[in-house]
Design a protein around this ligand. Structure first.
Ligand code: A2P
Length: 270
């Protein structure tokens, strides 16, 4: 088989987009896949941000918001996606193969930025499903470890097989030449599963409400005095966790006024 060229494709991109070449596709389950593609050297983003990603369909861009899984320093881009059989984009995107062309919006944006949070000790990253994506970028950005003493990444999914990047986080990251020392000392990964037997078998909301998370780590209950939170999941999960945090005195942060938590939807549902 011919090797896949790693340079971007030669086709013209629609205005506002880069046309990039798919390099690798990984199918985690029949509901979840990820892919890597080439990155235009002028495409800039911060860990935690998203861009509009998609395909040319009937001569027009068909795109949705996707958080970058890859860290800002990486040469390639990586994205994590659900597969929905009749979803306008993901029904097509799930069939991409190396060599295909994908569209990447030129402008990255988003609220899951350490700069939107007041300085604090522990950063809690609460993700469900593909909401893990922006945190995969954050935990591989050395700047995150300067900003927070400790980062706790809680990822909840229905089934064990949906714990995407588990091996990377648990095994590869602590051994990484550049990030290993930081991650080993400051990153804690707490995977949870709701619909199969698993050591941590509960929704994020339950883990927060019962205090199980902080207790497991020997930490005091969640408090805006020292804890910071980032949420990324379904609308229902975001709303429920937001309510739990606000009941504990957390306030939402923004670019103009840093707070003690920030939230973003895990966008693509179709
Ligand atoms: P559950 O299995 O109890 O529905 P999905 O794949 O539907 O996006 O769900 C991903 C994870 O998010 C699942 O573990 C699911 O739990 C959990 N979840 C769904 N809704 C909420 C919610 N409102 N609060 C907390 N967790 C939720």
């Amino acid at each position: 088989m011919d090797s896949i060229p790693t340079q971007a494709p030669a086709i013209a991109a629609p205005p506002g987009f880069f046309a990039e070449r798919v390099l690798d596709v990984h199918h985690w389950t029949d509901r979840l896949f990820s892919f890597t593609c080439t990155r235009d050297p002028t495409f800039r983003f911060e860990a935690g941000q998203f861009a509009m990603i998609g395909l040319v369909v009937d001569g027009k861009p068909l795109v949705r918001a996707y958080s970058m899984v890859s860290p800002p320093w990486a040469e390639q881009l990586e994205f994590l996606s659900i597969k929905v059989q009749h979803g306008p984009l993901t029904s097509r995107l799930q069939h991409i193969v190396p060599g295909d062309t994908v569209l990447i919006g030129r402008k990255a944006t988003g609220t899951l930025l350490p700069g939107n949070l007041a300085p604090g000790g522990v950063l809690w990253c609460f993700a469900t499903g593909t909401g893990l994506a922006p945190f995969m970028s954050l935990v591989r950005d050395p700047g995150s470890y300067d900003r927070f003493e400790r980062i706790v990444l809680v990822h909840t999914v229905r089934q064990v097989a949906e714990l995407a990047y588990r091996t990377l986080i648990e095994q590869d990251l602590p051994r990484d030449e550049l990030l290993g020392e930081l991650a080993a000392a400051q990153l804690t990964y707490l995977p949870a599963v709701t619909r199969e037997p698993f050591p941590r078998q509960a929704r994020i909301t339950t883990l927060i409400e019962t205090g199980a998370l902080t207790a497991e780590l020997g930490l005091p209950p969640l408090s805006p005095d020292r804890d910071r939170a980032m949420l990324c999941g379904s609308e229902a999960m975001n709303a429920d966790v937001r309510a739990l945090l606000e009941a504990r005195g957390f306030t939402e942060g923004s670019n103009s006024e840093p707070g003690t938590y920030v939230v973003e939807k895990a966008f693509v549902t179709k």
